[in-house]
Design a protein around this ligand. Structure first.
Ligand code: GLU
Length: 413
């Protein structure tokens, strides 16, 4: 019996049926069950029956053999780029981490359900938890995605930790004009847990990468069930739960589309850029010295002191975009020293409007830039991009570039 064979394993009262994965120890069988979960079965007390050979062509095992994954002319090519996080930790079954030999075989070993959906190219940009992401890695990632598309990828899937996926997706949204889908996905629960979301998210992400939605997207569970994934626009999405599989939400509106896991149908909910509509282009420069500061009651104006030397500052204000009145003269000094100060709201839904109350009017007089309904995290990334690429960063912050700033809404309705 070899990796890739379909087997039935009986142990005590339990029977498992699935595809045999290469196992790190001779004492255990690792089976990929039909639902996508992996189980380890102790070889000693298991009765194993071979049902079918070579259900998946899994080869290589990192030993330099030629690729066992055959190229199918009829299938689109999807590039799978790994950056780390929980989803990538399944890719190498031996070490639990991504290796430099992350290739099509590694991917199919980890998620055999992907076989037959596309031709794959594998690439590692980094292998980090996403709390360790930096603007320098965003740049490397954008360059890698650009290169994959230039080399003919019909779509790109980026495997990423979930904690800061929304920042990386925003960064790529501003850096890249893409004629094909660029789909971020991850998993909230690792492959060894029965409730892992890695298989469904990966499969839906590949379906999205083959689709007509030529935008930077985030593809994650849409509900607590294994029924569908949502496709969120990269600049409007937010992780809103620490552990639920449907943690990601498009703020203030419906996601762009959903992928039905059963039928694999993509149901579009909103207007989106279509395949081939945009020319491929890359502007990867960022000004890294931009900070995001959340104002909360009790913070005196001295809280602004550490920001006197930054290149740009985003403030997450209260309500329509406010801070304590005592902050306003300090903010005016920052603006006069040439630092763009951008106001967003910690309400998340709705847009800032500093024309309604005195505090807001005084902030406007102090020279702040309103970011409309741009999410605070997205506004930080956008200001980094604008400072490195735009003649007038302030004007750019008031202009929609990648769906981050939506139409005017009446703030008090
Ligand atoms: N906190 C880590 C990260 O965001 C691991 C969890 C995950 O992959 O979502 O990369």
């Amino acid at each position: 019996m070899n990796a890739g064979d379909r087997v039935r394993a009986r142990r005590a009262d339990t029977t498992y049926e699935g595809v045999l994965l290469p196992s790190s120890t001779p004492d255990h069988l690792v089976l990929k069950l039909d639902g996508g979960y992996n189980v380890g079965v102790d070889r000693e007390d298991a009765e194993v029956e071979l049902l079918e050979t070579d259900v998946y062509e899994i080869g290589g095992e990192g030993n330099g053999e030629e690729s066992a994954v055959e190229f199918d002319d009829d299938l689109p090519t999807v590039s799978l780029i790994s950056t780390g996080g929980t989803i990538a930790s399944t890719v190498d079954y031996r070490t639990g981490a991504v290796t430099a030999q992350f290739d099509a075989e590694d991917v199919l070993r980890a998620v055999p359900d992907l076989a037959g959906l596309a031709n794959y190219r594998g690439r590692v940009v980094t292998n980090i938890l996403s709390e360790n992401m930096t603007p320098a890695v965003w740049r490397e990632l954008a360059e890698a995605v650009h290169e994959e598309i230039e080399n003919g990828a019909d779509g790109v899937v980026v495997m990423h930790g979930t904690d800061t996926m929304q920042f990386s997706a925003s960064a790529l949204s501003f850096m890249l004009d893409t004629p094909v889908p660029v789909v971020f996905t991850g998993s909230q629960r690792s492959a060894d847990r029965p409730s892992s979301d890695n298989v469904m998210n990966a499969v839906c992400a590949v379906e999205a990468a083959k689709s007509d939605l030529a935008e930077v997207l985030v593809c994650m569970h849409a509900s607590e069930s294994d029924d569908r994934c949502a496709l969120h626009r990269g600049t409007r999405v937010r992780k809103n739960h620490t552990s639920r599989r449907d943690a990601f939400e498009t703020v203030g509106r419906k996601p762009l589309a959903e992928v039905d896991y059963g039928s694999r149908e993509i149901v579009t909910r909103r207007e989106h850029a279509t395949r081939g509509e945009r020319e491929l282009a890359l502007s990867p420069d960022l000004e890294a010295d931009v900070e995001l500061l959340k104002y909360t009651p009790g913070m005196g104006p001295e809280a602004l002191e550490p920001y006197e030397d930054v290149v740009g500052l985003v403030i997450e204000g209260t309500g329509l975009g406010h801070v304590h009145t005592d902050w306003i003269p300090r903010i005016e000094e920052l603006v006069e020293s040439g630092i763009p100060v951008v106001i967003t709201s910690q309400c998340l839904e709705g847009r800032v409007c500093d024309r309604v109350y005195d505090t807001g009017r005084d902030l406007l007089d102090a020279g702040v830039v309103e970011a409309g309904d741009t999410l605070p995290g997205t506004a930080k990334v956008k200001l980094m991009w604008a400072l490195a690429n735009a003649d007038s960063p302030a004007e750019t912050m008031r202009t929609d570039l990648a769906g981050e700033l939506t139409e005017r809404s009446v703030p008090w309705s």
